[in-house]
Design a protein around this ligand. Sequence first.
Ligand code: LLP
Length: 431
Amino acid sequence: MLHENLSVNEKGHLCIAGSDTVELANRYGTPLMVMDEGRIRRNMRIYKDAMKKYFGESSYPLFASKSFSCKYIYRVAKEENTGIDLVSSGELYTAVSAGFDVKRSFLHGNNKTDADIKYAIDSGVGYFVVDNLTELDRIDEAAKEKGIIQSVILRLTPGVDPHTHAAVVTGRIDSKFGIAIETGQADTAVEYVLKKENVRLCGFHCHIGSQIFDIKPFCDAAEIMIKYISHVKEVFDYEIEILNLGGGFGVRYIDSQPELDYEEFIRLISIFIHNEVKRSGIKLPTVVMEPGRSIVADSCLTLYTVGGTKEIPGFKNYVSVDGGMPDNPRYALYQSDYTVCLASDMNREADFECTVAGRCCESGDLLQENVLLPKPVRGDILSVLVTGAYNYSMASNYNRIPRPAVVGIADSKDFVIIKRETFEDLIRNDM
Ligand code: LLP
């Protein structure tokens, strides 16, 4: 099957990490997200081991928690000894609540409010990833007020185009994120930050985009960043310690996509880094990376109950399910590919071409178009695979639909990670 944690049992039911998804759907209700904890830990370890092997002992991955943020995932990250990438005070609050030591966190965001800056400094965030100089002024002031020297790294745009979906490209010069190297603005920023008394410039960051299968743009970006580090050493006589290369490795959602070998990708990137380090005579920085999707996406699937089918002769067929864009807006937003299967009858021939529709009052509420399934009937369990990243974290209550429950599987036992929202939850803040 698509990933090795998926299988089919003797009843013809889809299983994840050996657990029968139909039984889980019966027990917990649908829509239901099921996460294989072993897969999350395996993915984290691939990064941890490869980064140490190719960049040295001090290197480590940061889990990009925007892809899936809840207390549980920060506990797993803590146990696996990874760092975390945060992008809001809400994510920071969740991490702190889970007991994560936020010294190993990097706080992003292209518009950190004064309240965000204060909260992060009060919480002891390890590093601010500075996006612009106005925010740098505020961080410097807040650090002064607190009586600390705050570690910062500058987010730079290396000017690399990774050819992925336009909405998830971030490293081009015209990006809303970061400071461009090519325009000379990065030099201005370095000069500026080095004059500040309450912040310490520890490194540089870049992130070129997400769901990228090609290694070349990563190698290009790494090379540009290392060259820039040696340029800064030459021009400012200042050598930084941390190079944060962001996230972005692609994940297999459908059969025709490759399953990437992340260790091999890291090895290839490291060749460019080591060559450039040798050529320019700088010392090898601590390399950190921020994978999100490639840590959690393939650990998870979503289960839905089929409400029925609608056949429009000469046009198309629909299968309606009890979830949709509120729990997974990615097809509506980006026309993202997904594998859909009939979890309750995996062995029957998939000969019914259909569009899988959600239950929202909106024609664009689709989970996938033109898929082949065994023709389902009301009550069947349908599964969308590889839904661990940017599904729950992007979920909404559109049409006042409660968010699904998230259940974990570890050592063949299942447990609730996030409770299903109730109607009471929906009106909690209504006056
Ligand atoms: N670091 C930074 C600064 C980022 O902006 C991102 C993702 C990551 C790391 C993690 O990238 P990953 O390894 O997950 O590709 N909502 C979109 C994805 C947006 C990605 C935003 N930034 C989606 O559903 O495809």
